[in-house]
Design a protein around this ligand. Structure first.
Ligand SMILES: [Zn+2]
Ligand SMILES: [Zn+2]
Length: 647
């Protein structure tokens, strides 16, 4: 990697920062330190923090790197050579030697369910990244032993059976043996849930419980539920059942949300767009995040969208919310970002590739038009969950109609997911000024898609490269916590290598991104989706001081190790929100995990390898064992990755 010389001079850097910090237009005149001190006060001119001896990817332009950055009053005030930046230091400046490590702008997940996920995080055993079912079941048994009577053990998504070396889920017999008395609930993607006998008793499902619409309670020969719940075609039964479990009391939900934010900080995430979620009611279920914001305990910036919970009453919900709330109300730590990802239930095409594509009902267009028209007239931004091109075509028909009456091109509206979007529809999104937020959902269920639609159809699911070529705004993310893992490095690994967590190579080279392109989507790309691209996504004067110092160099580690990267030092708004290993002395004070039996206290969140160790290899995906050789298309060269799984 060549290190391009920093050509933003210190003077220019400071002048931009001074404008940002003080609102004064300094223009082209020479700004010295003393001028700056007088203009904006000592507090904001002398850096609070300098990180030097680093390899800082600034994202100002392709390939651009600097050695040091300075932060004052929560913003980047300088980025340049070590000598120049260190010359700004004052007596109070905290100086951190990065030891030559890579620093990147804070990662921004443009589609995650962090607010809902935070309320439950401390209740959940995470199988995210766990390499074998044996490990997963050992963790489960340990957690069963730690769980008091009346509480459940739950694994709520974030993993796929094919990530396990055994390439399968536990059987119901195995679950019953591991937990004879403690209710266990395991959610796998949007396709099924496994409940042991104790959990079936706890939720009261018996011989007489009817199947809900769109879901199946599997039964034995006598008609008794076995413990397997199947979404066919929608996941309502899975979430409804999950909602019957015990909840955390508010003080523990507060603690749980803080731990989830810390877990994201540990992975280098400093910003997200929250997509609402089923059973996540506004405003009731936002009391916890508002309280954390008031207490000054936000460590991840959140721009949140409002998700209707009432089929057939969607218009009422959005009319009330638009009447009582102002678009973008809040501040840079917690702000309203509009409506969605559920706008109307008739437009929600669940992405369960084990079942046939659902056709949206004929009422979809009229219902969607009522809601989108209302949002457009109120100048609200909106996002829409849309998996399949067929749904997208119909939604765009509606958006184009609304746009003729009430223009939407300045609203920062966007589509989420878009796994099978056609070029024609990408063009239509662009023409309407919209964007597309993509996530690594295919990394968790690509194999099922291939089974149903074939390898060729899977090659552009989603067609990220085409979106970029066609010039539409694209952001990256995860759609965590329930289908996919929240780990941004799993997502970046998928964008770069095209591999699922099961090891299957999904895409031709023409639909893979370079590491820099992928990182751009995860930083400045996502910032567009909350209209913050002038404040986030780069290491440059005037940008928010959000960045991560990485455990391994994202740009030079072998491709199969990208998914093992974590942050050793994460800064949000100039505050160190996470620090580990050599940087541990800078870490914020630890907070206890509540309740004390929480799986988070014992296992943390995502599976971790020991410091300095490599992540486990991708699972072997064919009898040739090709995946035990260096992985990723860029590592293999010529795109010779194994893709035998589908046959
Ligand atoms: Zn969605
Ligand atoms: Zn979502």
């Amino acid at each position: 990697m060549t290190r391009s010389h920093d050509d933003i001079t210190r003077r220019e850097a400071i002048s931009v920062a001074a404008v940002a910090a003080t609102g004064l237009l300094i223009g082209g005149c020479t700004v010295t330190r003393s001028t700056l001190s007088t203009a904006s006060g000592l507090e904001s001119s002398v850096p609070d923090l300098i990180v030097h001896n680093a390899r800082i990817t600034t994202m100002q332009r392709p390939g651009h790197e600097v050695g040091a950055l300075a932060v004052a009053a929560g913003q980047i005030v300088a980025a340049g050579d070590d000598k120049d930046v260190l010359s700004l230091k004052g007596p109070q400046t905290r100086i951190i030697d990065a030891g030559g490590r890579r620093v990147v702008p804070g990662l921004n997940d443009s589609h995650i369910h962090i607010i809902r996920g935070g309320l439950n995080y401390n209740l959940e055993l995470r199988w995210d990244g766990v390499p074998s079912l044996a490990d997963a079941m050992r963790m489960l048994r340990e957690q069963v032993a730690r769980t008091p009577q009346g509480q459940w053990v739950r694994v709520v998504g974030g993993f796929a059976e094919l990530q396990f070396a055994e390439r399968r889920l536990p059987t119901l017999d195995e679950l019953n043996a591991a937990a004879p008395d403690t209710p266990v609930f395991i959610l796998h993607l949007y396709d099924r849930a496994l409940l042991n006998r104790a959990a079936l008793r706890a939720v009261g499902y018996g011989k007489d419980t009817p199947n809900p619409p769109g879901g199946i309670i599997e039964r034995d020969r006598d008609g008794n539920p076995t413990g397997l719940l199947v979404a066919d075609p929608n996941a309502w039964i899975l979430y409804k059942t999950l909602s019957l479990g015990p909840k955390l009391p508010p003080e523990h939900q507060m603690n749980s949300t803080r731990h989830f934010m810390r877990e994201l900080n540990r992975l280098g995430v400093t910003s997200v767009c929250d997509a609402g979620g089923g059973f996540q009611n506004y405003p009731e279920d936002y009391a916890i995040i508002n309280e954390l914001h008031e207490r000054g305990e936000m460590t991840v910036r959140i721009a949140y969208n409002l998700f209707t919970q009432r089929p057939q009453k969607e218009r009422e919900d959005f009319a009330a919310w638009a009447g009582n709330n102002r678009m973008y109300q809040g501040d840079e730590l917690l702000r309203l970002n509009g409506a969605g990802e559920m706008l109307v239930y008739s437009a929600a095409d669940f992405e369960d590739f084990k079942v046939a594509r659902p056709d949206m009902p004929g009422s979809m267009e009229a219902e969607l038009e009522t809601v989108v028209g209302l949002l457009a007239r109120n100048k609200w931004a909106f996002r829409l969950h849309a998996t399949y091109d067929e749904t997208i075509t119909r939604a765009l028909d509606v958006f184009e109609r609304v746009n003729r009456e009430a223009p939407i091109s300045d609203l920062r509206w966007f589509l989420d997911h878009c796994e099978t979007i056609s070029d024609r529809n990408i063009e239509r999104v662009k023409a309407l000024g919209g964007g597309i937020a993509v996530q690594h959902r295919m990394a968790f269920q690509g194999e099922y898609f291939i089974q149903r639609y074939g390898k060729q159809a899977a090659e552009r699911t989603p067609p990220v490269r085409r979106m970029l070529e066609m010039g539409v705004a694209v952001g990256a993310g995860t759609d965590a916590t329930r289908v996919a893992s929240y780990n941004p490095w799993t997502s970046l690994s998928w964008l770069v290598t095209g591999r699922t967590v099961g090891g299957t190579a999904m895409y031709p080279d023409s639909n893979l991104l370079s590491r820099e392109e992928a990182l751009r989507l995860y930083t400045g790309g996502s910032a567009w989706f909350s209209r913050e691209e002038t404040r986030k996504g780069r290491i440059a004067p005037g940008q928010l001081a959000d960045f991560a110092l990485l455990s391994d160099d994202y740009f030079s580690v072998p491709a199969d190790q990208i998914r093992g990267i974590e942050s050793l030092l994460t800064v949000t708004g100039g505050q160190i929100v996470h620090a580990a290993r050599a940087f541990a002395p800078h870490a914020p004070a630890p907070i206890p995990v509540l309740p004390e039996w929480s799986p988070v206290g014992k296992f943390g969140g995502h599976w971790r390898v020991a410091a300095g160790a490599s992540p486990p290899p991708f699972p072997v995906c064919c009898p040739h064992g090709l995946t035990s050789s260096p992985l990723g298309r860029d590592a293999l060269g010529g795109g010779a990755g194994c893709s035998c799984w589908a046959f």
